[in-house]
Write a protein that binds this ligand. Structure first.
Ligand SMILES: *Cc1c(COP(=O)(O)O)cnc(C)c1O
Length: 370
């Protein structure tokens, strides 16, 4: 019995009839870009996030880049980013011409903290991007407090946290804007690329939509600004709308799987702590252990898939090397020891037990050698 990293097929099977129907409708209607299916999904996604607006874009990286651009952030500005994140967070900052400033993460949660942001603020800082990594929301109260004092924007990177809550409040409405990816493997995934920005700020939403659609203004032939093309496909919007109805149940199934892993693994490896205010959606289930590479190989030889999120912290990636060579000890240590175990809404108890048993046997074997 092999254990896949993510069982995407079972998720899509649950909505198969809807997906087949939507595909047929799209073909019949010949409407592939924009139109009512995009409008309806945007309305539904904004309602789900509890924000006034949602703007569909081509992917999660564009969502961040377009938001920063619409906020007027660019050359000469600094944007604070956690060192432990997917590279896209940093790339979006660099793409608008701003400087990503990497800060360390909390050793218990591996997330950015208000204290780290405070330490990273300079007079050039224009924004901070808290990343709700692995599905766990960042302590947004602490981030907001620092950001308000420093008068900088807060752009949530919620690409891994669809439906997560901090202190009861849904991610997406906790900053000036929030950016989502609908890459197929995310908690809410399209059947291709997709993304969205949500915000309560009407002017910002209008600006992002304009930048993402060739700089088009209210009159479609008047291109007031230099725009680009970053739109959410009509078909992807339809697929996402169909899957949105399952998101809460899928997230709940992930939480159940995570707590079963917690029980079985706590004696053997270091778990990723969850803050009491955090209601995680467990995009990933991440443990830390010495001999991580050997553990990953041992799991692989037993047909158990696993992943690394992320083995090289951003400030050590070639385009982002900082000449001042900052040492960010928590992110650097985590990069060496983290391992993401199989996690899906449809993972079975039997699969979880098999993974946990394999981890336990490996860790005990390592101890015996030591
Ligand atoms: C997936 C992801 C992104 C980028 O999303 P794409 O849709 O792949 O462009 C950005 N940030 C984080 C944390 C992600 O996990």
């Amino acid at each position: 019995m092999s254990v896949p990293f993510l069982d995407m097929r079972s998720m899509n099977e649950e909505v198969r009839d809807d997906l087949d129907r939507l595909w047929a409708e799209a073909l019949d209607g010949s409407s592939f870009i924009g139109g009512s299916s995009v409008d309806q999904f945007e309305t539904a996604w904004a309602a789900y996030c509890g924000t006034r607006h949602a703007v569909g874009v081509a992917n999660g990286t564009d969502a961040i880049e377009l938001t920063l651009a619409a906020l007027g952030i660019g050359l000469g500005d600094e944007v604070i980013v956690p060192a432990n994140t997917f590279v896209a967070t940093a790339a979006a900052v660099a793409r608008v011409g701003a400087q990503p400033v990497f800060v360390d993460v909390d050793p218990a949660t591996l997330l950015i903290t208000g204290a780290a942001v405070l330490a990273g603020v300079t007079e050039r800082t224009a924004a901070v991007i808290p990343v709700h990594l692995y599905g766990q929301p960042v302590d947004m109260a602490s981030i907001r407090a620092v950001a308000d004092r420093a008068a900088i924007a807060v752009v949530e990177d919620a690409a891994q946290a669809h439906g997560a809550r901090w202190d009861g409040a849904m991610v997406g409405g906790l900053g000036d804007a929030a950016c989502f990816s609908f890459y197929p493997g995310k908690n809410l995934g399209a059947l291709g690329d997709g993304g969205a920005v949500v915000t309560d700020d009407t002017a910002l939403a209008v600006k992002i939509r304009q930048l993402a659609n060739h700089g088009r203004g209210a009159d479609r032939h008047v291109h007031d600004v230099i725009g680009r093309n970053s739109r959410l496909d009509a078909m992807q919007a339809g697929f996402l709308h169909a899957k949105l109805g399952r998101l809460d149940a899928w997230n709940e199934a992930r939480r159940t799987a995570a707590s079963r892993y917690d029980e079985l693994l706590a004696p053997h490896v270091e778990l990723t702590d969850q803050r009491t205010e955090a209601d995680s959606v467990y995009h990933l289930y991440v443990i830390r252990t010495e001999s991580r590479d050997a553990l990953q190989a041992a799991l692989g030889s037993q047909g158990i898939a696993s992943g690394l999120h992320y083995p090289i912290p951003c400030h050590h990636l070639p385009p982002y090397l900082d000449p001042s060579r900052p040492v960010l000890p928590v992110a650097e240590d985590a990069a060496r020891r983290i391992l993401s175990l199989p996690m899906s809404p449809h993972i079975t108890d039997e699969q979880i037990e098999r993974v946990a048993q394999a981890v336990k046997v490996h860790v005990q074997g390592q101890k015996a050698i030591a």
